[in-house]
Each structure stands twice: as structure tokens, then as C-alpha cells.
Design a protein around this ligand. Structure first.
Ligand SMILES: [Fe+2]
Ligand SMILES: [Fe+2]
Length: 171
């Protein structure tokens, strides 16, 4: 019996959470991109990439402990179209992850696995930053309502306007 069996189990639970979170944020990225909400789309994409990096860190630790990586998503992606709802779910996801990682850090520490303990602690810091970002955007969407969405649309047209024409001899 691997003496780190419980750590491996917890690290794999985290992998499942991170995978689902990545997929959820990519879904939101695609939805926002399609609607021309460039800034929000980029924000979701960047956050998804950071969650992917968490999968990498967790997986490396699992393999180091001679476990195997379970790439099964923890939950199914929710098909949410409304921007405030997207931000609300994202904030909830981060809050749940923070609670779980705090508990799992403690458990790994109690099982004399200081490195997994520290890994979970480091990830809590990242997830707290994510939660803070989502909370800020959710507050902004509530405060500025239609103006917020208008700014998103302007982000899109700004990008389009910055594009160079492919065939423009006048310039
Ligand atoms: Fe994460
Ligand atoms: Fe996160």
C-alpha cells in the first residue's frame, strides 16, 4: 500500500475539479467571443489557462508519489448564456475550490505529506485571486449594467479597428 494513497486521492479529486473548471471557462470564453465581448472572453480564456497549469502541478505531484492521474471531470459543463450568471457560477466554483483545497492542505499535512500540503496552500492563493477577480466583475456588471456590456462590445470593435486591411493600397 502506497503510504501517500490518501494524498493521491485528494490530488486526483483536485485534478477532476480543475479539468471541469477549465472546460467551464472555455465554454464561457467561446460564448463571450461569439457575442463580441472581447475583454470578458480574454479574461475567461486566461483564467482557463491558469487552471490548466494547476492540473499540471497536481499531476506532477501525483506521478512523483507513484500514483496515476485520473483525468475524469468532476462535474458537467453548465450551458449558461447570461453574463452575470457566468460570473456568479465562476465565483461559486472558486469559493468551493478554496474550501476544498484548504481542507485538503490540512489533511495532507496531518498525513505527514508536507509538499502536497504546501501545493494545496499555494493553489488556494491562486484561487482566492480568481474569486476576487470574478467578484469584482460581478460587482461591476451589477453597478454599470448595460454600460458594462456596451464597454465589452466596444472592446470588440476596438480590436476590429486595430486590424490591418489585407489588401489596402491606399495606406
Ligand atoms: Fe485552479
Ligand atoms: Fe481558479
Amino acid at each position: 500500500m502506497n503510504k501517500y494513497a490518501r494524498s493521491i486521492e485528494l490530488l486526483n479529486k483536485a485534478v477532476g475539479m480543475e479539468i471541469s473548471t477549465v472546460l467551464q471557462y472555455i465554454y464561457f470564453f467561446e460564448r463571450c467571443q461569439d457575442r463580441g465581448y472581447e475583454l470578458l472572453a480574454k479574461f475567461f480564456r486566461n483564467t482557463a489557462i491558469q487552471e490548466m497549469q494547476h492540473i499540471d502541478k497536481l499531476s506532477e505531484r501525483i506521478l512523483f508519489l507513484e500514483g496515476d492521474i485520473d483525468m475524469t471531470p468532476a462535474f458537467a459543463v453548465k450551458q449558461i448564456h447570461d453574463v452575470p450568471e457566468m460570473l456568479r457560477l465562476s465565483q461559486q466554483l472558486e469559493a468551493t475550490t478554496i474550501d476544498d483545497y484548504n481542507a485538503w492542505a490540512k489533511e495532507c499535512g496531518a498525513n505527514a505529506d508536507a509538499v502536497s500540503h504546501r501545493l494545496f496552500e499555494d493553489l488556494v492563493k491562486r484561487e482566492e485571486d480568481h474569486e476576487d477577480d470574478f467578484r469584482t466583475e460581478l460587482d461591476n456588471v451589477k453597478t454599470y449594467d448595460k454600460h458594462y456590456m456596451a464597454l465589452q462590445a466596444i472592446g470588440h470593435i476596438k480590436d476590429l479597428a486595430a486590424q490591418k486591411p489585407e489588401d489596402d493600397d491606399d495606406e
